[in-house]
Design a protein around this ligand. Structure first.
Ligand code: SF4
Length: 367
Protein backbone atom coordinates (compact mmCIF):
# COMPACT_ATOMS: atom_id res chain seq x y z
CA UNK A 1 0.00 0.00 0.00
CA UNK A 2 1.24 3.55 -0.64
CA UNK A 3 2.13 5.48 2.51
CA UNK A 4 -0.68 7.93 1.69
CA UNK A 5 -3.33 5.19 1.40
CA UNK A 6 -1.97 3.62 4.56
CA UNK A 7 -2.30 6.94 6.40
CA UNK A 8 -5.88 7.28 5.10
CA UNK A 9 -6.76 3.80 6.40
CA UNK A 10 -5.20 4.62 9.76
CA UNK A 11 -7.15 7.88 9.92
CA UNK A 12 -10.38 5.98 9.33
CA UNK A 13 -9.54 3.50 12.04
CA UNK A 14 -9.17 6.43 14.45
CA UNK A 15 -12.64 7.67 13.43
CA UNK A 16 -11.28 10.47 11.23
CA UNK A 17 -12.96 11.90 8.12
CA UNK A 18 -11.44 11.25 4.69
CA UNK A 19 -10.66 14.24 2.52
CA UNK A 20 -11.04 13.80 -1.26
CA UNK A 21 -7.36 12.99 -1.86
CA UNK A 22 -7.33 10.36 0.88
CA UNK A 23 -10.54 8.78 -0.39
CA UNK A 24 -9.13 8.67 -3.90
CA UNK A 25 -5.88 7.11 -2.69
CA UNK A 26 -7.79 4.32 -0.97
CA UNK A 27 -10.07 3.86 -3.96
CA UNK A 28 -7.26 3.75 -6.50
CA UNK A 29 -5.08 1.56 -4.32
CA UNK A 30 -7.59 -1.11 -5.34
CA UNK A 31 -7.22 -3.38 -2.32
CA UNK A 32 -10.78 -4.65 -2.31
CA UNK A 33 -10.48 -6.60 0.90
CA UNK A 34 -8.99 -3.68 2.80
CA UNK A 35 -11.85 -1.46 1.59
CA UNK A 36 -14.32 -4.15 2.64
CA UNK A 37 -12.86 -4.42 6.13
CA UNK A 38 -12.82 -0.65 6.66
CA UNK A 39 -16.33 -0.16 5.26
CA UNK A 40 -17.78 -3.11 7.15
CA UNK A 41 -16.38 -1.76 10.42
CA UNK A 42 -17.92 1.64 9.64
CA UNK A 43 -21.29 0.03 8.87
CA UNK A 44 -21.26 -2.07 12.02
CA UNK A 45 -20.46 1.00 14.14
CA UNK A 46 -23.61 2.61 12.71
CA UNK A 47 -26.13 -0.21 12.59
CA UNK A 48 -24.54 -3.30 14.07
CA UNK A 49 -25.64 -6.56 12.43
CA UNK A 50 -28.89 -5.13 11.05
CA UNK A 51 -29.55 -5.07 7.30
CA UNK A 52 -32.72 -3.40 6.11
CA UNK A 53 -35.28 -3.80 3.34
CA UNK A 54 -38.87 -2.76 2.84
CA UNK A 55 -41.98 -4.02 1.11
CA UNK A 56 -42.68 -1.41 -1.53
CA UNK A 57 -44.24 -0.94 -4.96
CA UNK A 58 -42.74 1.18 -7.73
CA UNK A 59 -45.03 3.05 -10.10
CA UNK A 60 -43.61 4.92 -13.10
CA UNK A 61 -46.38 7.32 -14.16
CA UNK A 62 -45.14 8.14 -17.64
CA UNK A 63 -42.14 7.63 -19.89
CA UNK A 64 -42.86 10.62 -22.13
CA UNK A 65 -40.02 13.01 -21.51
CA UNK A 66 -39.05 16.50 -22.56
CA UNK A 67 -35.41 15.97 -21.60
CA UNK A 68 -34.47 12.82 -23.56
CA UNK A 69 -31.12 12.42 -21.79
CA UNK A 70 -28.39 10.43 -23.59
CA UNK A 71 -27.96 8.34 -20.41
CA UNK A 72 -31.57 7.16 -20.45
CA UNK A 73 -33.30 4.23 -22.12
CA UNK A 74 -36.66 4.94 -20.52
CA UNK A 75 -37.73 8.32 -21.91
CA UNK A 76 -39.83 8.46 -25.09
CA UNK A 77 -41.22 11.05 -27.44
CA UNK A 78 -44.98 11.54 -27.32
CA UNK A 79 -45.54 9.58 -30.53
CA UNK A 80 -42.89 6.90 -30.04
CA UNK A 81 -43.79 3.23 -29.77
CA UNK A 82 -44.28 2.27 -26.17
CA UNK A 83 -44.97 5.82 -24.95
CA UNK A 84 -47.50 5.85 -22.11
CA UNK A 85 -49.09 8.00 -19.43
CA UNK A 86 -51.09 6.62 -16.52
CA UNK A 87 -54.19 8.46 -15.42
CA UNK A 88 -55.26 8.85 -11.83
CA UNK A 89 -57.64 5.89 -11.92
CA UNK A 90 -54.94 3.56 -13.24
CA UNK A 91 -52.48 4.68 -10.58
CA UNK A 92 -55.03 4.21 -7.83
CA UNK A 93 -55.91 0.76 -9.17
CA UNK A 94 -52.23 -0.29 -9.19
CA UNK A 95 -51.70 1.05 -5.68
CA UNK A 96 -54.83 -0.66 -4.36
CA UNK A 97 -53.89 -3.96 -5.98
CA UNK A 98 -50.37 -3.71 -4.52
CA UNK A 99 -51.80 -3.25 -1.04
CA UNK A 100 -54.23 -6.14 -1.54
CA UNK A 101 -51.48 -8.46 -2.77
CA UNK A 102 -48.96 -7.41 -0.10
CA UNK A 103 -50.63 -6.77 3.22
CA UNK A 104 -47.23 -5.62 4.57
CA UNK A 105 -46.79 -2.97 1.88
CA UNK A 106 -45.39 0.15 3.53
CA UNK A 107 -44.37 2.42 0.66
CA UNK A 108 -45.45 3.50 -2.81
CA UNK A 109 -42.45 4.78 -4.80
CA UNK A 110 -43.27 6.94 -7.83
CA UNK A 111 -40.72 8.34 -10.28
CA UNK A 112 -41.36 9.25 -13.88
CA UNK A 113 -40.14 11.10 -16.91
CA UNK A 114 -40.55 14.86 -17.40
CA UNK A 115 -43.82 14.95 -19.34
CA UNK A 116 -43.86 18.05 -21.55
CA UNK A 117 -47.58 18.85 -21.13
CA UNK A 118 -48.92 17.44 -17.90
CA UNK A 119 -49.65 20.26 -15.47
CA UNK A 120 -48.47 20.18 -11.87
CA UNK A 121 -52.11 19.55 -10.88
CA UNK A 122 -51.88 16.07 -12.48
CA UNK A 123 -49.16 15.01 -10.01
CA UNK A 124 -50.84 16.66 -7.02
CA UNK A 125 -54.05 14.92 -7.90
CA UNK A 126 -52.35 11.53 -8.12
CA UNK A 127 -50.57 11.96 -4.79
CA UNK A 128 -53.83 13.01 -3.13
CA UNK A 129 -55.70 10.07 -4.68
CA UNK A 130 -53.10 7.51 -3.56
CA UNK A 131 -53.08 9.10 -0.11
CA UNK A 132 -56.89 8.84 0.10
CA UNK A 133 -56.83 5.23 -1.14
CA UNK A 134 -54.03 4.00 1.12
CA UNK A 135 -53.94 6.35 4.09
CA UNK A 136 -51.41 4.27 6.03
CA UNK A 137 -48.87 3.88 3.22
CA UNK A 138 -45.89 6.21 2.84
CA UNK A 139 -45.63 7.99 -0.52
CA UNK A 140 -42.06 8.48 -1.68
CA UNK A 141 -42.21 10.25 -5.00
CA UNK A 142 -40.54 12.56 -7.51
CA UNK A 143 -36.81 13.04 -7.80
CA UNK A 144 -35.37 16.52 -7.30
CA UNK A 145 -35.19 16.71 -11.11
CA UNK A 146 -38.95 16.15 -11.34
CA UNK A 147 -39.52 18.78 -8.65
CA UNK A 148 -37.55 21.30 -10.79
CA UNK A 149 -39.71 20.32 -13.75
CA UNK A 150 -42.91 20.91 -11.74
CA UNK A 151 -41.58 24.35 -10.75
CA UNK A 152 -40.92 25.12 -14.41
CA UNK A 153 -44.33 23.98 -15.69
CA UNK A 154 -46.26 25.60 -12.84
CA UNK A 155 -44.26 28.80 -12.49
CA UNK A 156 -44.16 28.17 -8.72
CA UNK A 157 -41.03 28.44 -6.57
CA UNK A 158 -39.46 25.13 -5.48
CA UNK A 159 -40.61 25.66 -1.88
CA UNK A 160 -44.23 26.03 -2.93
CA UNK A 161 -44.11 22.94 -5.15
CA UNK A 162 -42.79 20.93 -2.23
CA UNK A 163 -45.28 22.40 0.24
CA UNK A 164 -48.18 21.57 -2.08
CA UNK A 165 -46.98 18.00 -2.58
CA UNK A 166 -46.51 17.55 1.16
CA UNK A 167 -50.00 18.87 1.82
CA UNK A 168 -51.35 16.36 -0.76
CA UNK A 169 -49.67 13.46 1.04
CA UNK A 170 -46.09 13.16 -0.15
CA UNK A 171 -43.76 11.94 2.58
CA UNK A 172 -40.27 11.85 1.10
CA UNK A 173 -38.28 12.17 -2.12
CA UNK A 174 -36.10 9.53 -3.74
CA UNK A 175 -32.60 10.73 -4.54
CA UNK A 176 -32.47 10.06 -8.26
CA UNK A 177 -31.35 12.47 -10.92
CA UNK A 178 -28.22 13.47 -9.02
CA UNK A 179 -26.17 11.47 -11.56
CA UNK A 180 -22.79 13.15 -10.97
CA UNK A 181 -22.99 16.64 -9.49
CA UNK A 182 -20.63 18.09 -12.06
CA UNK A 183 -22.12 20.27 -14.78
CA UNK A 184 -19.50 19.37 -17.39
CA UNK A 185 -20.49 15.70 -17.01
CA UNK A 186 -24.17 16.56 -16.94
CA UNK A 187 -23.72 18.53 -20.15
CA UNK A 188 -22.90 15.24 -21.89
CA UNK A 189 -25.11 12.69 -20.16
CA UNK A 190 -28.21 14.75 -19.32
CA UNK A 191 -27.88 18.26 -20.78
CA UNK A 192 -31.53 19.23 -20.49
CA UNK A 193 -32.28 18.30 -16.94
CA UNK A 194 -31.71 20.10 -13.66
CA UNK A 195 -28.21 21.42 -13.01
CA UNK A 196 -26.11 20.43 -10.01
CA UNK A 197 -27.14 23.67 -8.28
CA UNK A 198 -30.82 23.03 -8.93
CA UNK A 199 -30.61 19.44 -7.64
CA UNK A 200 -28.91 20.73 -4.52
CA UNK A 201 -31.42 23.55 -4.09
CA UNK A 202 -34.32 21.08 -4.17
CA UNK A 203 -32.88 18.67 -1.61
CA UNK A 204 -31.98 21.51 0.75
CA UNK A 205 -35.47 22.99 0.39
CA UNK A 206 -37.04 19.58 1.01
CA UNK A 207 -34.93 19.04 4.11
CA UNK A 208 -35.86 22.51 5.41
CA UNK A 209 -39.53 21.62 4.98
CA UNK A 210 -39.16 18.36 6.88
CA UNK A 211 -39.25 16.18 3.75
CA UNK A 212 -36.41 13.66 3.93
CA UNK A 213 -34.72 12.56 0.73
CA UNK A 214 -32.26 9.98 -0.44
CA UNK A 215 -29.12 10.74 -2.40
CA UNK A 216 -27.65 8.89 -5.36
CA UNK A 217 -24.75 8.65 -7.76
CA UNK A 218 -24.78 7.29 -11.30
CA UNK A 219 -21.31 5.88 -11.95
CA UNK A 220 -19.58 3.94 -14.67
CA UNK A 221 -20.12 6.20 -17.68
CA UNK A 222 -17.80 9.13 -18.56
CA UNK A 223 -16.95 10.32 -15.07
CA UNK A 224 -13.58 9.78 -13.40
CA UNK A 225 -13.03 8.23 -9.96
CA UNK A 226 -12.08 11.69 -8.68
CA UNK A 227 -15.43 13.07 -9.87
CA UNK A 228 -17.22 10.23 -8.08
CA UNK A 229 -15.41 11.09 -4.86
CA UNK A 230 -16.06 14.81 -5.28
CA UNK A 231 -19.74 13.99 -5.75
CA UNK A 232 -19.75 12.04 -2.49
CA UNK A 233 -18.05 14.96 -0.73
CA UNK A 234 -20.74 17.34 -2.01
CA UNK A 235 -23.43 15.04 -0.59
CA UNK A 236 -21.56 14.84 2.71
CA UNK A 237 -21.42 18.65 2.91
CA UNK A 238 -25.17 18.92 2.29
CA UNK A 239 -25.79 16.33 4.97
CA UNK A 240 -23.59 18.25 7.43
CA UNK A 241 -25.79 21.27 6.79
CA UNK A 242 -29.27 19.71 6.79
CA UNK A 243 -29.17 16.16 8.14
CA UNK A 244 -32.05 15.39 5.79
CA UNK A 245 -30.64 12.49 3.76
CA UNK A 246 -31.87 9.09 4.84
CA UNK A 247 -29.78 6.84 2.62
CA UNK A 248 -27.33 6.88 -0.26
CA UNK A 249 -27.52 4.60 -3.27
CA UNK A 250 -25.01 4.26 -6.10
CA UNK A 251 -26.44 3.24 -9.47
CA UNK A 252 -24.13 1.58 -12.00
CA UNK A 253 -24.77 2.88 -15.51
CA UNK A 254 -26.50 0.37 -17.79
CA UNK A 255 -25.74 1.37 -21.39
CA UNK A 256 -28.19 -0.77 -23.37
CA UNK A 257 -30.68 1.26 -25.43
CA UNK A 258 -29.21 4.57 -24.24
CA UNK A 259 -27.52 7.30 -26.26
CA UNK A 260 -24.15 6.10 -24.90
CA UNK A 261 -24.08 2.54 -26.26
CA UNK A 262 -20.30 2.60 -26.75
CA UNK A 263 -19.85 2.37 -22.98
CA UNK A 264 -19.68 -0.96 -21.19
CA UNK A 265 -21.34 -1.82 -17.87
CA UNK A 266 -18.61 -1.71 -15.18
CA UNK A 267 -17.82 -4.94 -13.38
CA UNK A 268 -18.64 -6.24 -9.92
CA UNK A 269 -15.20 -5.13 -8.68
CA UNK A 270 -16.09 -1.51 -9.35
CA UNK A 271 -19.58 -1.95 -7.89
CA UNK A 272 -18.16 -3.21 -4.62
CA UNK A 273 -15.49 -0.52 -4.45
CA UNK A 274 -18.19 2.11 -4.94
CA UNK A 275 -20.33 0.76 -2.11
CA UNK A 276 -17.33 0.64 0.21
CA UNK A 277 -15.95 4.07 -0.62
CA UNK A 278 -19.43 5.58 -0.27
CA UNK A 279 -19.72 4.10 3.22
CA UNK A 280 -16.29 5.48 4.12
CA UNK A 281 -16.73 9.00 2.70
CA UNK A 282 -20.36 9.42 3.76
CA UNK A 283 -19.63 9.16 7.46
CA UNK A 284 -22.72 11.22 8.27
CA UNK A 285 -25.16 8.98 6.35
CA UNK A 286 -26.85 6.33 8.45
CA UNK A 287 -27.66 4.04 5.53
CA UNK A 288 -25.91 2.90 2.36
CA UNK A 289 -28.07 0.94 -0.06
CA UNK A 290 -27.03 -1.87 -2.34
CA UNK A 291 -30.04 -1.82 -4.64
CA UNK A 292 -30.30 -5.47 -5.67
CA UNK A 293 -32.14 -4.65 -8.86
CA UNK A 294 -29.30 -2.50 -10.13
CA UNK A 295 -26.46 -4.67 -8.93
CA UNK A 296 -27.93 -8.18 -9.29
CA UNK A 297 -28.72 -10.21 -6.20
CA UNK A 298 -25.30 -11.88 -5.88
CA UNK A 299 -23.42 -8.56 -6.01
CA UNK A 300 -25.92 -6.91 -3.67
CA UNK A 301 -25.44 -9.74 -1.22
CA UNK A 302 -21.64 -9.33 -1.42
CA UNK A 303 -22.10 -5.60 -0.89
CA UNK A 304 -23.30 -6.41 2.63
CA UNK A 305 -19.66 -7.23 3.36
CA UNK A 306 -18.62 -3.88 1.85
CA UNK A 307 -20.55 -1.53 4.10
CA UNK A 308 -24.09 -1.67 2.69
CA UNK A 309 -26.88 -2.03 5.23
CA UNK A 310 -29.95 -1.86 2.99
CA UNK A 311 -31.06 -3.87 -0.06
CA UNK A 312 -33.99 -1.52 -0.92
CA UNK A 313 -37.28 -3.29 -1.38
CA UNK A 314 -39.47 -5.85 -3.04
CA UNK A 315 -40.27 -3.27 -5.79
CA UNK A 316 -42.89 -5.39 -7.64
CA UNK A 317 -42.50 -3.59 -10.96
CA UNK A 318 -39.84 -1.38 -12.45
CA UNK A 319 -39.48 0.03 -15.93
CA UNK A 320 -36.62 2.56 -15.91
CA UNK A 321 -33.62 0.39 -15.13
CA UNK A 322 -34.90 -2.49 -17.18
CA UNK A 323 -35.30 -0.29 -20.24
CA UNK A 324 -31.50 0.14 -20.05
CA UNK A 325 -30.83 -3.54 -20.10
CA UNK A 326 -30.85 -4.61 -16.44
CA UNK A 327 -31.23 -8.39 -16.44
CA UNK A 328 -32.47 -8.57 -12.85
CA UNK A 329 -36.05 -9.49 -12.03
CA UNK A 330 -38.62 -6.76 -11.46
CA UNK A 331 -39.64 -8.05 -8.07
CA UNK A 332 -38.39 -10.23 -5.27
CA UNK A 333 -40.27 -12.11 -2.58
CA UNK A 334 -39.68 -10.95 0.97
CA UNK A 335 -38.51 -14.45 1.90
CA UNK A 336 -35.76 -14.25 -0.73
CA UNK A 337 -34.43 -10.91 0.54
CA UNK A 338 -34.50 -12.26 4.09
CA UNK A 339 -32.65 -15.41 2.99
CA UNK A 340 -29.77 -13.58 1.30
CA UNK A 341 -29.32 -11.27 4.30
CA UNK A 342 -29.29 -14.18 6.73
CA UNK A 343 -26.94 -16.20 4.57
CA UNK A 344 -24.47 -13.29 4.84
CA UNK A 345 -24.70 -13.58 8.62
CA UNK A 346 -26.75 -10.45 9.19
CA UNK A 347 -30.10 -9.78 10.83
CA UNK A 348 -32.85 -8.96 8.31
CA UNK A 349 -34.92 -5.99 9.43
CA UNK A 350 -38.06 -5.17 7.50
CA UNK A 351 -38.32 -1.40 7.84
CA UNK A 352 -40.64 1.43 7.03
CA UNK A 353 -39.42 4.39 4.97
CA UNK A 354 -37.91 6.01 8.09
CA UNK A 355 -36.00 2.86 9.07
CA UNK A 356 -38.33 2.01 11.92
CA UNK A 357 -38.35 -1.75 12.36
CA UNK A 358 -41.54 -3.57 11.37
CA UNK A 359 -40.26 -7.14 11.71
CA UNK A 360 -36.92 -8.77 12.45
CA UNK A 361 -35.42 -12.04 11.24
CA UNK A 362 -32.31 -13.02 13.17
CA UNK A 363 -29.44 -15.06 11.78
CA UNK A 364 -30.58 -18.36 13.20
CA UNK A 365 -34.25 -18.21 14.08
CA UNK A 366 -37.32 -18.35 11.89
CA UNK A 367 -38.94 -15.43 13.40
S1 SF4 B 1 -33.26 10.28 -17.23
FE1 SF4 B 1 -35.21 11.14 -16.60
S2 SF4 B 1 -35.20 13.20 -17.46
FE2 SF4 B 1 -33.66 12.05 -18.58
S3 SF4 B 1 -34.76 11.19 -20.36
FE3 SF4 B 1 -34.82 9.65 -18.76
S4 SF4 B 1 -36.77 10.02 -17.78
FE4 SF4 B 1 -36.28 11.87 -18.92
Amino acid sequence: MTPFAEAAAAKLSRGGRLDPDEALALYEHNDLLLLAALARAAKERQSGRDVYFNVNRHINLTNICAARCPLCAFGRGRDDAGAYVMDREEVVAVARRAADESPDLSEIHMVSALHPDKPFAYYLDIVAAVRATLPGIHIKAFTPVEICHFAAVSGLPIDEVLRALKAAGLGSLPGGGAEVLDDAIRGVICPRKASSAQWTEVVKAAHRLGIPTNASLLYGHIETPRQRIEHLCKLRAIQDETGGFQAFVAFPFHPDNTGLPQLARVGAWEDLKMVAIARLVLDNFAHIKAFWMMLTLPVAQLALAFGADDLDGTVAEEKIIHAAGAKTGTSIAREDIVAIIREAGYVAVERDTFYNSRRVWGTSDNG
